[in-house]
Design a protein around this ligand. Structure first.
Ligand code: UDP
Ligand code: BGC
Ligand code: MN
Length: 351
């Protein structure tokens, strides 16, 4: 009798264990299904040079010894003076340009910084960026795209202005769109483009050194001249904080471009501390309708006027009047024919 009882008890236990194992397996499958992002790929920075080598002759091209590059000292505190940065970077030319003198750089790179009223951040960034880009032997020029006036900030529009204005000043193969408060921590994180969209800020300290969600494409992103034009740049219609980088990432994904990233131990960035803005009231709602706006909201519909261009010792400052936001965002939300579903939206932000 006792034997019989213990037998039924063990068979019941076995059944429970089986059920639990099945549940775990099923949950993992569901988790993997939602986390599957085939357009996001991790690639090592040295691949950028290796791939370029396949297309171009590497005669006279700059060689980089990756073994010698690594973690750098990054200071997000202190208030470096402009003069001290100028003195520490004697080879930088007026306008914030530099190119290696002993080899040919792989790409000519324009660094585009959307900006208003963050001088303290700018100095901390320039103190880090100039030496790093020289270590990476990149032919570069830094552009500060400054929004005039006091209207809501429009990061996307400034990026588009930066793209067009950079080409008025010179020719570039690659553009790196860089927030003013983000400092790359690793010299191996090459500020170069691949044939896709390269999200360089793959691990920000504020986000616990993780990408907050797979589609995140904010902070610092590098894209070549052709690809940026091909996706019509950023949307111009996001005034205030939030969603413009998500709209840009959706354009990348929908165009069939990969979003490549350095592995997190290389894509590390520190953000200079500052007060957080709150999301613009209509940001999410606007984003639901991103697809209908895409063909006519971007580089092809950009209007602005340049107030002045000044070649400063460490950067080229381009002050621009980008107009005013409309009195109601409703003017941007007239066509709902291509609105994405709530399901798409939730999945988009799923980590
Ligand atoms: N920015 C600026 N002035 C502003 C607001 C934004 O220069 O008043 C630029 C700056 O380059 C900044 C970027 O836009 O790094 C993104 O804004 P913010 O840092 O506020 O956003 P976060 O990424 O920290 O949420
Ligand atoms: C916003 C983005 C922002 C990101 C990280 C998202 O919810 O829409 O614009 O870059 O959060 O802060
Ligand atoms: Mn910030």
């Amino acid at each position: 009798m006792r034997q019989c009882l213990s037998k039924s008890w063990t068979s019941r236990l076995r059944r429970y264990v089986k059920q639990i194992l099945f549940m775990v397996y099923f949950s993992l499958l569901v988790f993997a299904f939602f986390n599957y992002r085939s357009h996001c790929v991790e690639t090592m920075p040295n691949m950028l040079i290796e791939m370029a080598r396949l297309d171009n002759s590497d005669e006279g091209r700059c060689k980089l010894d990756f073994e010698k590059l690594g973690d750098a000292e990054v200071d997000i505190f202190g208030e470096p003076s402009e003069q001290s940065i100028i003195e520490a970077n004697p080879e930088v030319q007026k306008g914030g340009k530099w190119s290696p003198s002993d080899c040919r750089s792989w790409q000519r790179v324009a660094i585009i910084i959307p900006y208003r009223d963050r001088l303290h951040h700018l100095h901390i960034l320039l103190r880090r960026l100039h030496p790093m880009l020289q270590t990476q032997k990149i032919d570069y020029r830094i552009f500060l795209i400054e929004q005039a006036g006091t209207d809501k900030f429009n990061r996307g529009k400034l990026m588009n202005v930066g793209y067009l204005e950079a080409f008025h000043q010179g020719d570039f193969d690659c553009l790196v769109f860089q927030d003013v408060d983000l400092l790359p921590e690793d010299d191996r994180n090459l500020y170069l483009c691949d044939g896709y969209a390269r999200h360089l800020a793959s691990a920000i300290d504020e986000m616990r050194y993780h990408v907050m969600y797979y589609n995140y494409a904010g902070g610092v992103i590098a894209m070549n001249k052709q690809n940026f034009r091909r996706i019509n740049g950023y949307a111009n219609s996001y005034w205030g904080w939030g969603n413009e980088d998500d709209d840009f990432s959706a354009r990348i994904q929908e165009s069939g471009l990969l979003l490549t990233r350095p592995p997190p131990h290389i894509g590390r960035f520190k953000m200079v501390r500052h007060a957080k803005e709150t999301r613009s009231e209509h940001g999410n709602e606007m984003f639901l309708g991103w697809k209908a706006r895409w063909p006519h909201d971007g580089l092809n519909s950009l209007n602005y006027s340049v107030v002045h261009v000044r070649e400063k010792p460490l950067y080229t400052q381009i002050l621009v009047d980008i107009g005013h936001p409309p009195s109601s965002m409703d003017v941007y939300m007239t066509d709902h024919s291509k609105d994405v579903s709530l399901w798409w939206f939730l999945k988009y932000y799923f980590p």
